[in-house]
Design a binder for this molecule. Sequence first.
Ligand code: ADP
Ligand code: MG
Length: 700
Amino acid sequence: DGEVNFKEEAKFSQHLTKGEAVSDFAKSKTLAQQRQYLPIFSVRDELLQVIRENQVLVVVGETGSGKTTQLTQYLHEDGYTTNGVVGCTQPRRVAAMSVAKRVSEEMETELGDKVGYAIRFEDVTGPSTVIKYMTDGVLLRETLKDSDLDKYRVIVMDEAHERSLSTDVLFGILKKVVARRRDFKLIVTSATLNADKFSNFFGSVPIFHIPGRTFHVDKLFSKTPCEDYVEAAVKQAMTIHITSGPGDILIFMTGQDEIEATCYALAERMEQLISSAKQAVSKLLILPIYSQLPADLQAKIFQNAEDGARKCIVATNIAETSLTVDGIFYVIDSGYCKMKVYNPRMGMDALQVFPVSQAAAEQRAGRAGRTGPGTCYRLYTQSAYDNELLPSPVPEIQRTNLGNVVLLLKSLKIDNLLDFDFMDPPPQENILNSMYQLWVLGALNNVGNLTDLGWKMVEFPLDPPLAKMLLIGEQLGCINEVLTIVSMLSVPSVFFRPKDRAEESDAAREKFFVPESDHLTLLNVYQQWKSNQYRGDWCNDHFLHVKGLRKAREVRSQLLDILKTLKIPLTSCGFDWDVVRKAICSAYFHNSARLKGVGEYVNCRNGMPCHLHPSSALYGLGYTPDYVVYHELILTTKEYMQCATAVEPQWLAELGPMFFSVKDSDTSMLEHKKKQKEEKTAMEEEMESLRMVQAEEERR
Ligand code: ADP
Ligand code: MG
């Protein structure tokens, strides 16, 4: 079946005796020596031979075997970079950055010189870069400018098992590149064994197995369902630290908030322990890692703990396969992860917490068995594992909004998306839904082709509504202001709110409030920062993250460059910020909501409840506005509107008729007719009530 069997036992000697801390190993060996101990090294020559003989190859190897860091270097050493770049895609930004840094160290070159990385809004490569790590999203955008990817000699599609949205689309695109360019090579790597699917997709290409070297992991289930997995994880970690032998701990949580809560609780327990203990307590080095963590703090997880100390890393599923930290002997698995899932009831994507799949749970457990026999504590029951977890995760392409993908594919002149070569096609419903949303935004015309606006939107590495907001800013003469808002929305929140100074920081934030709008509040923050010469100490004084603001400034200047290439001049409305609100409304009217009770709203289109967030500037108005639009909906204890702006009902009325006018829709939209009709009726009622509001106002 075309499979090359290289499961030959690894030739290297086992370098670690059980229990020996890996940090000692890392300290005592040079980087070059460390490279030679990786499982992939034992099959280096065979691997390069198979690559020479095949245009497409699938490589399977355990996490930590050296695929991501070594493969690119082997290709470089074997001469592939003399006439082109070796590119390696990652589904996660953190992985792209961190791995590029490691490889630049191994190759003894500055990051950004021979080895570099590119993630959205951040390009750390140069003219001499021959190994380029990037997110799959970045490579996907590069195919827009250069459909044959001529500058690349080899592309390594790493972490293919993750099945991220961009990776799945790239599969279809790269399959064509492979057919057109005989000099181009494609290597698809996966951490899991079910690689047949990848092989079959490219025409039964060979699968190369890197011999594994894993140790037994004891998997211990919780006896009863656990109510609070943060608390349970903290307890378990403390028990391990006090009673178990050496070895670091890795805890899987779902996101930043939980990770922070876990770290905080761990630190607290350690303090209590130290103050109450009679003998010395060994140190616990508590290290968080998640995608929004600043890069310098991310790098800390790889640092060696001082002698006698134990590391406890608290991570999202980034540590499942993307990043490997050596020396983990204990894994604590909450059993949950956060996933972006299209919620048809709300008609939009929502980041929600879901149980992990069995495959993911096995990967998590495996992290404890890399350097010796380990233990995995699962904070869920055996029966939950058997009966409630899916065998493997649902690919992102089958569960999220495809707005961006549709826009990209349309601009690549792939007219009939239903015919695109998807490994697992998304539900037709999803494609049509996304087309409908783009049509509503004015990016597609009635026959499903890109409009002028749509063509311009493609140029921006932004979600379609944000791109639209910029371009409406052009029409309304306030692009300068909108540009700042879009940039601020593209970075993590700039408001700093330390737990122990919550009140003080809330008061500082309130000083920036523009009562009509959270968007304008962001604009206000940025403009004040600017008039204070972009100073860092000013940020500290006002409880703002200087790194976030600097990032926003960088994003802003990159978006400005794109505007320049499109010959769109920078216009400003000065302080007439009502115009800016109108621009926001024009791009986000699909996220409009009507007041129902105090702080309580319902979505205008589907009647879904949504709430003002307690931190919203709109509470500063003294009353809650009748209509708002919002950036996105966040599901926590309630459905919260993230970043809301009060809008005039007339604006929605102006936009509404085009929003729901479906009379001339084309046959490709036929599927949606029925749904649209229902929506139309709903909207007509909505419009009627708007008219009444207006009439009421006029009377007054
Ligand atoms: P794979 O891609 O097969 O999972 P990697 O190439 O990512 O494997 O990892 C190989 C080794 O390199 C691992 O032992 C890992 O700990 C080490 N490594 C990777 N990135 C870093 C880093 N930023 N700092 C220190 N060590 C790293
Ligand atoms: Mg890897």
